[in-house]
Design a protein around this ligand. Structure first.
Ligand code: 4AD
Ligand code: MG
Length: 469
């Protein structure tokens, strides 16, 4: 193809263009067409390249040679354009591009599913491969990206090392049995042992293997060598929960600190969330302003305020007292020894504390085996951070660092001691008080963006019977 000199330039992202715009600047941009309006004298195109919330308006005068190429451009087409940037006299945008040449990179069929009128989030879930081009999902994905960056910035700035923990594992960290099996055995005809069960000694790793539900156990080993570490990676739970807060594949951030107790853990969790809240509104102002206008649950000002607000604290036992006093409000009766339901969590954050609250010292029997026993023998040094609308966003604890107590717990729960030998070892060779937590990254993105359904904050959600893309 015979391209003009301008179209041979490097393209500039629309965001960079707006950030450093100058009157008369010659530029080349590329993007996807959101709308096209053609009149006798000129044509208006609105394009977006995914780099920012604001679209670029392009004007092509009819006396330009490239005007004829507009014919094949429809909504959804990809184009590159060369022209001059000028201050826009029109309302709604500060700058516009006066194109002198353009190239159609990819035409778009007339059945392009994204129309200007706007679509329901349910419909957009069905076209997950294209929904990133809408204003809503462009905004959500950019907020997601920036929050990931802030997570790293927070920990790196405090001397925590990013630890890469494995995705394939033989242990069930949370002990809830919500595991996706990983095997290379022939499922139709697996090798059998003498008892008639599947003989996993013939499997790829020689024993039952699955996708990890949490990187914590490995993170503890890293913390007991390097001091302060964090993980940030995907985790998998084969939990049959069809809710607006559960995914089968979600990303988790798990800091783990040596020489730390539950109090240090809570301080870190609070400082961490406040850092994210305080910075994201500044970093993604346009995105959150847009989402705030579109979705009632998105409240950028509220998020920013949260960045300077102390989190309330309450013990599980006191929380149950509080909830029991108003038990008629709930579908599930609150009772000591039973886990809090989402409705209870929401009541605590929304009605009782009007903001984030850290619930501590849960009953031993409803928490995982690795949590440190409290002197009362009934509760463990656990903490969950609850936020309005979502409920639990963080779960964490001080870890049992006493070898005998941990071994008792492993045996009491009938967990496979041999598989956990290395984990027990950490208590034999210079064990120390240590603590950590897990932040569900999608719940964080949900909280910040105001998206009601967690399936709308990860590009390709996985949930029971949902794996289309
Ligand atoms: O409370 P959880 O199960 O804690 C752990 O996995 C610990 N090993 C963490 C640690 O101490 N290192 O999960 C932590 C967080 C929850 O608070 C929630 O935000 C999120 O992970 N989460 C989910 N998010 C989306 N979909 C699911 N199915 C989730 N399950 C947990
Ligand atoms: Mg939890």
């Amino acid at each position: 193809m015979n391209l003009s000199k301008g179209l041979k330039m490097h393209r500039i992202r629309v965001k960079a263009l707006f950030d450093g715009a100058e009157q008369g600047q010659p530029v080349k941009v590329a993007g996807w067409v959101k709308s096209k309006r053609v009149s006798k004298k000129f044509a208006f195109l609105v394009i977006n390249d995914g780099s920012c919330q604001t679209d670029l308006q392009v004007i092509v005068d009819s006396d330009k040679e490239c005007f004829a190429k507009l014919e094949s451009i429809g909504t959804g087409s990809s184009v590159s354009m060369f022209g001059e940037l000028r201050k826009s006299p029109g309302k709604g945008q500060a700058w516009e591009l006066h194109a002198s040449d353009l190239e159609v990179l990819g035409e778009s069929s007339s059945d392009y599913p994204l129309q200007k009128k706007g679509h329901s989030l349910e419909f957009l879930r069905e076209i997950g491969h294209l929904r990133g081009r809408t204003n809503t999902f462009g905004a959500v994905y950019r907020v997601r990206n920036r929050l990931s960056f802030l997570v790293h910035q927070f920990f790196q700035g405090r001397g925590f090392l990013w630890a890469h923990t494995p995705i394939l594992t033989a242990s069930d960290c949370e002990g809830a049995g919500e595991l996706f099996k990983v095997t290379t055995l022939d499922l139709a005809n697996p090798p059998r042992n003498d008892e008639g069960g599947v003989d996993f000694s013939n499997d790829f790793f020689g024993k039952p293997t699955h996708l990890t539900v949490s990187g914590q156990l490995n993170a503890e080993s890293m913390a007991l060598s390097l001091g302060d570490v964090y993980t940030f990676g995907p985790t998998f739970r084969a939990e049959n929960s069809n809710t607006t807060r559960h995914l089968s594949e979600f990303w988790m951030i798990e800091p783990e600190m040596a020489f730390a107790n539950l109090r240090d853990d809570m301080l870190l969790a609070e400082e961490f969330l406040r850092y994210l809240f305080a910075n994201i509104v500044n970093d993604c102002g346009d995105e959150l302003e847009f989402l705030g206008k579109m979705y009632p649950d998105c409240d950028p000002q509220g998020i920013e305020n949260m960045g300077s607000k102390n989190f309330a604290r309450v013990s599980y036992t006191d929380a149950i007292k509080e909830l029991s006093a108003v038990s008629s409000k709930f579908e599930f009766e609150p009772a000591w020894g039973v886990d809090l339901q989402t409705e209870h969590e929401k009541y605590l954050t929304e009605q009782v504390f009007s903001g984030p609250v850290i619930v501590t010292d849960y009953p031993k029997d409803i928490k995982a085996f690795y949590m440190k026993s409290n002197p009362d023998g009934k509760t463990v040094a656990a903490m969950d951070v609850l936020v309005p609308r979502i409920g639990e966003i963080i779960g964490g604890s001080q870890r049992e660092d006493c070898y005998d107590a941990l071994l008792d717990r492993v045996n009491g729960l009938d967990l496979p001691v041999e598989d956990l030998r290395w984990y027990l070892d950490l208590r034999s060779y210079g064990g120390c008080p240590h603590a950590g937590f897990g932040l569900g990254f999608e719940r964080l993105v949900q909280y910040v963006t105001g998206m009601v359904n967690i399936r709308d904050v990860i590009p390709f959600p996985r949930a029971p019977k949902v794996i289309p893309f």
